[in-house]
Design a protein around this ligand. Structure first.
Ligand SMILES: [Mg+2]
Length: 269
């Protein structure tokens, strides 16, 4: 076990010990060791920091964290009335824009929705990962998708149900779920009363098949969207920046609606 002693100002007889995740201890010794500290203290401190970083890099003796780093965010999503309010507020505001915009459209139109943390809530997946002391992995995620057990983001079902009452309503679900999970995803949405035969699913074929590529196909009515023809996109919904086209003409709260996701995302890297 690594043991490092660092001098600190104070008296010689007072000693504090602080454990690190490295499994070692730093003794904060105080007192008349000042002279010794002047001789070796700096080097010892640098050495301790260096060994600590090395230890963490190689995972030496690091115990699994007692609390998942996203635990507070997950509690907010699953337990707070504030999260529900923000989601419901977003969808209520969206309806105020989407309904008149769709009714004024003479031709075919769609709304484009991301799935995870926009329509489907995956708090249970995160809870199970935390209980197992694991982080997200593609294998764990694929197994979760196959279970078709995702829940609902507050307000999503009410909004989608109202959208379907509009003339010629159609929804494109544009998600980074892989196409291998399409049947399970459809089953999940069906279980929640969220899908109809007119829905279009643009899931990810492979890693290079980015959302930007599929967004272009929707806007152009090209490739995978060619069988459906060109549609005007009335609104976009997502929980991450990449869920929306990079187009300055599209405004938040008018054509773009963001749902809150404090649990995961590129922002966390
Ligand atoms: Mg998402």
């Amino acid at each position: 076990m690594l043991e490092t002693r660092i001098n600190h100002r104070g008296t010689e007889n007072t000693e504090e010990t602080k454990s690190l995740c490295l499994g070692g201890k730093i003794h904060l010794r105080t007192g008349k060791e000042t002279r010794l500290f002047l001789l070796i203290g700096f080097n010892a401190r640098v050495k301790a920091i260096y060994l600590f970083i090395l230890g963490c890099l190689f995972g030496i003796g690091c115990a699994a964290p007692q609390t998942a780093p996203f635990a507070t965010a997950l509690d907010w999503v699953t337990q707070s009335s504030e999260y529900r309010a923000v989601c419901q507020q977003t969808y209520a505001a969206a309806w105020e824009k989407v309904a008149p915009a769709a009714r004024s459209e003479a031709g075919p139109w769609v709304i484009v929705m991301d799935l995870d943390e926009t329509v489907l809530g995956n708090a249970q997946y995160q809870r199970e990962l935390a209980a197992r002391g694991e982080g997200h992995s593609q294998a764990a995620w694929a197994a979760w998708v196959e279970r078709s057990d995702a829940g609902l983001v507050p307000g999503a079902k009410e909004f989608i149900t109202k959208v379907r009452t509009l003339p010629r309503a159609r929804i494109v679900f544009l998600s980074n779920r892989y196409t291998t999970g399409l049947d399970a995803t459809r089953a999940n949405l069906k279980k929640l009363g969220l899908t109809t035969d007119s829905d279009i699913f643009l899931l990810r074929r492979e890693k290079a098949d980015t959302k930007a590529i599929r967004q272009r196909e929707v806007l152009e009515g090209s490739r995978r969207m060619a069988p459906y023809g060109a549609h005007r996109v009335v609104a976009w919904f997502g929980d991450a920046a990449h869920d929306f086209p990079d187009d300055p003409k599209l405004k938040w709260g008018t054509e773009k609606f963001m749902l809150p996701n404090p649990v995961y995302g590129r922002w966390g890297k």
